[in-house]
Every structure is written in structure tokens, then in C-alpha cells.
Design a protein around this ligand. Structure first.
Ligand SMILES: Nc1ncnc2c1ncn2[C@@H]1O[C@H](COP(=O)(O)OP(=O)(O)O)[C@@H](O)[C@H]1O
Ligand SMILES: [Mg+2]
Length: 170
């Protein structure tokens, strides 16, 4: 008897988050999977919860400074409080172009030695390159009081081929 074909390996998981605090907690747990050189793309409309998730990420990574919505700056560097990688938090929501523009930001940090989290507007992720963790946050359209969010995490490229994203829903 032949063994059944293994299902295609896809690092993808879907979660339902029901409060801002839970979103923050998801960020804290996600931080445990991240290491220097990782790129995390967050997409979803304004108010979806991208910054809230990043706040938890910063807590989980143990970096200095509160993660906030950068209004006048496009990117902010949060150095590690221990030996970990710094968090580079980019708000590309208003950026017209791709990540090329990031090179013009002149950040005083090495991106391959950092965890880079980019808040992206909806529908821009396809411009980006191979190895990345893509996080898409959806909210119920039109309902401004609803705290329910659907979060889909997809690991793309070699880096994420064997990642256990399912552990995040535990
Ligand atoms: N489940 C949830 N996850 C994240 N934020 C939520 C949730 N429910 C309500 N909110 C609220 O929605 C807003 C999200 O803001 P923010 O994280 O800045 O979004 P974005 O960065 O995507 O524009 C916050 O005011 C937050 O309190
Ligand atoms: Mg934001």
C-alpha cells in the first residue's frame, strides 16, 4: 500500500482575535518566533490593529520605548533592552512606493541585524520580496465598535518553510 502524498507544507495560520489586549498578546507570542533579519509585513486598513500587534511584539522582544503610531516619522528604531535584535517599526501606510524608499530613510541600524516590522496599507504586499511573514488583519467593515479581528499569518520563503505558526493559536 502506498503512503498518501504528504499535504503541501504551508506555514499559514488563521486566528480570531476578540480584543485589543488579545491582539497585543498575539504580538508577544509572535515575538518568540522572530529573530534578527526577519521581515514582518502587517496589512489591513487603518484601525485594523497593526500598531496594537506591533506594541505586543515590542514587549515580547524586550525593546526600549513604547511602540506608537508614527505620525511624523515613517520609521522608528527600538533598541533591545537585552542582547536581542532591535525592532525597526515602519509605517508605510502613507508611502506611495515600495520598500525601496526604506533605503532612503537612512536608519542608523543594520536591517539584517534587526527585526523589521512594516505596517502596510492594504493591497501593497505583493510588491515585496521572498522571505517574509505576512500578517493580514481584517475587521468587520462598517462596524466601528466591533472588536473582532480575523488574523491570517503566512510565512513566505525558505525562512518560514518549517516554522510552526500553529503554535500561535495555543
Ligand atoms: N481586536 C482588536 N485588535 C486590535 N485593535 C482593536 C481590536 N478591537 C478594537 N481595537 C481598537 O482598534 C484600534 C486599532 O488601532 P491601531 O492598532 O493603531 O490600528 P492600525 O495600526 O492598523 O491603524 C485601537 O483603537 C484598538 O483599541
Ligand atoms: Mg498603525
Amino acid at each position: 500500500m502506498e503512503a498518501p502524498a504528504a499535504p503541501p507544507r504551508r506555514a499559514e495560520t488563521r486566528l480570531t482575535v476578540t480584543s485589543p489586549e488579545q491582539m497585543r498578546e498575539l504580538g508577544r507570542r509572535l515575538a518568540g518566533l522572530l529573530r534578527a533579519g526577519d521581515l514582518v509585513m502587517l496589512s489591513g486598513e487603518l484601525g485594523a490593529g497593526k500598531t496594537t500587534l506591533t506594541r505586543g511584539l515590542g514587549e515580547g522582544l524586550g525593546v526600549r520605548g513604547a511602540v506608537t503610531s508614527p505620525t511624523f516619522v515613517i520609521a522608528r528604531v527600538h533598541p533591545s533592552l537585552n542582547d536581542g535584535p532591535p525592532l525597526v517599526h515602519v509605517d508605510a501606510y502613507r508611502l506611495g512606493g515600495g520598500l525601496d524608499e526604506m533605503e532612503d530613510l537612512d536608519l542608523d541600524v543594520s536591517l539584517p541585524e534587526s527585526v523589521v516590522v512594516v505596517e502596510w496599507g492594504e493591497g501593497k504586499v505583493e510588491e515585496l520580496t521572498e522571505d517574509r511573514l505576512q500578517v493580514v488583519i481584517h475587521r468587520a467593515v462598517g462596524d466601528t465598535t466591533d472588536e473582532v479581528r480575523q488574523v491570517t499569518l503566512t510565512g513566505l520563503g525558505e525562512r518560514w518553510a518549517t516554522a510552526d505558526l500553529g503554535a500561535l493559536s495555543a
